[in-house]
Design a protein. Structure first.
Length: 129
């Protein structure tokens, strides 16, 4: 397997895997976010989209950084490419669990903060009785 083919395999597998994971987490995670944000669907969808964008940025950056410094012996191409992909998979998993912990920890706090600020904003613009 040539070096160029190795790069191509690595890029294709890593990018396709990133897209699949992002879509799966986005689709299935929205229900979780709605629950964490106290049934506030607008906040949940907005947060979900922001998480997906951040997920893509970090993972594409990691994939690009890992293209540097490949030193492969002639017979070690497949294990080397596999280990590069493996590190990307571990990073995807670590990011997922970090996001889940942060959402579970701060979701209700953010919902309360948004509701309080929405009420304050409504009070400013409501006509006196």
């Amino acid at each position: 397997m040539s070096m160029e083919l190795s790069y191509l395999v690595y890029l294709i597998v890593s990018v396709v895997m990133t897209i699949w994971v992002a879509r799966t987490l986005s689709k299935n995670g929205e229900v979780f976010l709605v629950k964490c944000f106290g049934q506030d669907e607008v906040l949940a969808k907005s947060t979900n989209h922001l998480l997906v964008v951040g997920f893509y940025l970090i993972n594409v950056g990691l994939i690009a950084i890992r293209l540097d410094g490949w030193q492969i012996s002639p017979g070690g191409m497949i294990p080397y490419v596999g280990s590069k992909i493996g590190v990307s998979v571990l990073c995807l998993g670590a990011m997922h669990f970090f996001n889940m912990v942060m959402i579970a920890k701060f979701g209700r706090t953010v919902t309360g903060w948004v509701r309080v600020n929405d009420m304050r904003g409504a009070e400013k613009f409501s006509a006196p009785a």
